[in-house]
Design a protein around this ligand. Structure first.
Ligand code: MG
Length: 383
């Protein structure tokens, strides 16, 4: 198909050359191809990050660059261990990507369909190319993605600020130190006693709204509903993934009775999951690293809205590269949980920011608007 397309382009170019005496710009097909490169980059967390089931101090990442005619698009894959990808698997996937048949980066659907078909899964690896391609095309257009998509930068929500699982004393301390964002996010999903201690510790410091992520931790639906009713009285605004993704009937039972919206995270990966989740959850938490990137995330927002579902844009531990990419979608979301870059100590990018009150500030630069800091690594990019 591709060689036939190039043949046709060459034929059109030759015809044009004949028609105007040879004075014709080289056909697009002769332009420099897309050049993909990458390097592993381990993210160092400011604090030990704890959720129900595990805790860690680093996250594996891979930084990606896509160059075309002297312009560089930046992308990123971030791999928390529980999702099955690693820096090694992402680099192995990237080494299989052959973009040489593609001569025009604006063929985003064809390029990203090809990338998606290389192998199943590998969502973060695919997202790294998707983000770099969006960045590149936005730069070629000369506009930031929120504008290309028709969103208003004024409509960004405030991001949540996460307080990880810890002792009541530490939680009190962390809450006192937390920036003045309107919604704090807490990781629950342990025993009712421990969960209530954590919320009570936050309430000893502030009356701010709380978003709860149970990370599938509650074992039984009536226990979960009791907790959710208590959390509603404590000023919580939503509950994410109250029970295992393998218990959709129990989650639907909870959602039907819950005073708070119940959001899907672990139950959701890609666009095709959404119809099944309608009626089970109130809404979805979209993450670029799970859904293969900006292209699919945009489609997921449309699908969720069509089904009357709430939308939240979330993240993994990521640098300002992937966070900026996700932030361009945030004007279309009810909530944003995009504090991943605030939690790392070695962010190599400047990108989307936050105001003192947590409102996401979209960069006006073209593309995703993330630029490497002067001391960022990358000169030794390989691949
Ligand atoms: Mg979650």
């Amino acid at each position: 198909m591709v060689s036939r397309r190039n043949f046709l382009r060459a034929a059109v170019s030759l015809a044009a050359a004949g028609a105007c005496g040879g004075l014709v710009r080289p056909a697009r097909a002769s332009a420099l191809p897309l050049r993909l490169s990458w390097y592993p980059y381990e993210l160092k967390l400011r604090h030990l990050f704890g959720v129900a089931g595990n805790s860690r101090t680093t996250t594996q990442g891979v930084q990606v660059r896509l160059e075309y005619e002297g312009i560089t698009g930046y992308g990123e894959a971030s791999m928390p261990p529980y999702l099955g990808e690693s820096a090694a698997s992402v680099q192995e996937f990237l080494s299989r990507v052959d973009l040489s048949p593609f001569r025009d980066p604006f063929e985003m659907e064809a390029i990203l369909d090809y990338v998606d078909r290389i192998a199943e899964n590998n969502a973060a690896a695919k997202a790294s190319i998707d983000i770099a391609l969006h960045d590149l095309v936005g730069k070629l257009i000369g506009q930031p993605w929120y504008r290309i998509w028709g969103y208003s930068a004024e409509k960004t929500p405030a991001t949540f600020y996460t307080i990880g699982i810890d002792t009541p004393e530490k939680v009190t301390e962390k809450t006192k130190e937390a920036p003045a964002f309107p919604i704090l996010k807490v990781k629950l999903g342990r025993s009712p006693k421990e969960d209530k201690e954590m919320v009570t510790a936050i309430r000893s410091v502030t009356g701010r709204a709380i978003a709860v992520d149970a990370n599938q931790g509650w074992p039984e639906k009536t226990l979960a509903l009791d907790m959710i009713e208590w959390l509603a009285e404590e000023g919580c605004v939503l509950v994410e993934q109250p029970m295992s993704k393998h218990r959709p009937d129990d989650i639907a039972w909870i959602t039907a009775r819950s005073p708070l919206p119940i959001m899907a995270d672990e139950s959701l990966q890609r666009l095709w999951d959404i119809p099944v989740l309608s009626g089970v959850f109130s809404g979805i938490n979209i993450k670029l690293m799970k859904c293969t990137g900006m292209r699919e995330a945009k489609k997921m927002i449309t699908a969720a809205r069509t089904l009357g579902m709430k939308v939240m844009i979330g993240c993994m531990t990521e640098t300002s590269c992937a966070i900026s990419a996700a932030a361009h979608l945030s004007p279309a979301a009810d909530w944003a949980d995009l504090d991943g870059n605030l939690l790392i100590a070695n962010d190599p990018f400047d990108g989307a920011g936050v105001s003192e009150t947590g409102k996401l500030l979209l960069p006006d630069r073209p593309g995703i608007g993330a630029v490497p800091k002067p001391d960022a690594p990358g000169e030794h990019a390989v691949g």
